[in-house]
Design a protein around this ligand. Sequence first.
Ligand SMILES: [Ca+2]
Ligand SMILES: [Ca+2]
Length: 295
Amino acid sequence: MTIVKDGHFLLTFVVINDIIILKIQEKFVNIFVYKINEVKFMKKISVFLSVIMLLSILSCFAVSAAEVPYPPLKTGHYGDIDTEKYPVEYPDRKREKLVLDELSETQIKDDYYKIHPECDYNSITVDYYGTLSDGSMLVFVESDMSLYLDAVDYMVIGKYLYVTSSIGRDIKIYSNNIFTSIINAYQNGTLSDELLDETAEILCFARFVKSNVEPEPQVLYGDVDRNGVITIMDATLVQKLGIGIEEPESELISVLADVNNDGRISITDVTCIQKYIAGGYGDTGRTGIAPLVVG
Ligand SMILES: [Ca+2]
Ligand SMILES: [Ca+2]
């Protein structure tokens, strides 16, 4: 049954077994097919983009996990730091107080007094440690109203560990008549990484280091050169041990070389290791298995 027919397209309904099939031909067909293809293409594109986005999100997690060696530390009691897990390097010198000119000292005292008017002005003391390249000064200001707490605490600031006698009463950054704690300045971005490096240098902060202790490779039968993997080098070494042209370095090595567990090192062990390297065809003994008890 033809519904429409003009110079542009032909629209036909065909009834086969009670199913109505719509046929569109001529010019309109091309548009229709094109639209279908476009939808399919867009679907493919969106799936492709989704996969790319997922991969980039996952890689971000992987990178951040790998690049942050000391994430759980923020602040706390100094004695609680697991320095084995988070090794730190202490500087070989101590911070030094510097001489401050009288004009600056008066200004700092005045600014301190503005926020602590309850204190005795004459009791205010200023310790000055240095000036950063942006003009900020590192000062410790206290007065008769300062509270004394003897807890030793720490703050993790970037890659540095700042140990202070009491969080809150630590050395401040003094800039534009305002005192800001170092950790706050770092968190709010006024203290850049470069300025933090300068601060750390002046105040002799300890610095976190990545652990240089390489984990011991897993002990495996057949891995006689103890590099964590079983290769042709192991097979060759077992061969040398078997014919006696080389001596095992330790009792452990002779145990690991005896992969077929017959109490001696022989060509049979070499064959087992070679089979293991070739893809585990045939009897490979206990090659590649970690011993339960290392003898
Ligand atoms: Ca090996
Ligand atoms: Ca053996």
